[in-house]
Design a protein around this ligand. Structure first.
Ligand code: OOG
Ligand code: MG
Length: 262
């Protein structure tokens, strides 16, 4: 840690206010070039604390920048982890208001729900699959609080990994009958296919993203509790959306989910 608590709290307030007041800001590493990974996750944790103090609920966790397509699009080289609170949740088939978002993009993801706690270090694809209750389609709406979606890893971690909205739905599937590497996905915008992929785009197997999250939390003395919803990261590049757009994600063997931007 290089930043003191008042600075961490001030940065959390600045970034959360961007979300709440719908405006962008410059990267926080421009102001604090010497900040470290623990500072970045401490700022993210302070944003979560602000939301919980306001009565919001933690609804899930996310891994991001887990596919080569995403890392290339954003110019970074390692996954990041964040959280989702109930103010981010859009019901299956529901609406997200453009007036509440800065410059949103959508990502096709596979969501996991656990039935056993996962505690790293040492978690791997096998422990994750054994602890998974079911998987289902998830669309994440990311909305970086940074100008033009330009950031480095520490800045994006502090900004809760651009998390803004998410929807999950479709037909939850047990993992025992599925090969998550070869499961195909189609993302459609206004009825037209705009992105395609397969589960292997996420670190070779999307369960790897969950294992990395468990190991990341384990290094901090935390675990993924049973019953946690986790987004495993965008399979393709994120796709920009505008008011009026209808976005749906079909995942092989898991049905589809959708949302509309109004
Ligand atoms: C960071 C968040 C990336 C994903 O699924 O890869 C992410 C960003 O690209 O703004 O959520
Ligand atoms: Mg994502």
């Amino acid at each position: 840690m290089t930043l003191d608590t008042p600075t961490i709290d001030a940065l959390a307030e600045r970034l959360e206010n961007c979300q709440l007041q719908v405006h962008d800001t410059h990267k926080i590493t421009d102001d604090f070039p010497g900040m470290d990974w623990e500072d970045a996750y401490a700022i993210q944790a302070a944003i979560l604390a602000r939301k919980l103090a306001r009565g919001q609920r933690l609804m899930g966790l996310k891994a991001g920048l887990t596919s080569f397509a995403k890392m290339k699009q954003m110019g970074v080289n390692s996954p990041v982890f964040g959280f989702m609170t109930d103010d981010y949740a859009v019901p299956h088939g529901g609406e997200a208001k453009m007036a509440e978002l800065i410059h949103p993009k959508v990502e096709p993801e596979i969501a996991f729900v656990t039935k056993k706690a996962l505690r790293g270090p040492g978690c791997h694809i096998g422990t994750v699959l054994d602890a998974t209750d079911f998987v289902l389609p998830g669309i994440e709406v990311i909305d970086s609080r940074y100008r033009n979606f330009k950031f480095d890893l520490k800045s994006v971690i502090a900004d809760n990994t651009s998390a803004a909205r998410f929807v999950v739905g479709g037909s939850p599937a047990r993992v025992s009958g599925l090969d998550l590497r070869t499961v195909g996905i189609v993302l459609e915008k206004n009825g037209l296919p705009v992105a395609f992929g397969a589960g292997a785009a996420v670190l070779g197997h999307p369960a790897t993203a969950i294992a990395m999250l468990a190991n990341h939390l384990g290094a901090r003395g935390q675990e993924i509790p049973a019953g946690t919803l986790i987004l495993s990261g965008g399979i393709t590049e994120a796709v920009a959306v505008a008011a009026g757009d209808h976005v749906s994600l079909r995942v092989q063997g898991m049905g589809s989910t959708s949302l509309r931007f109004i």
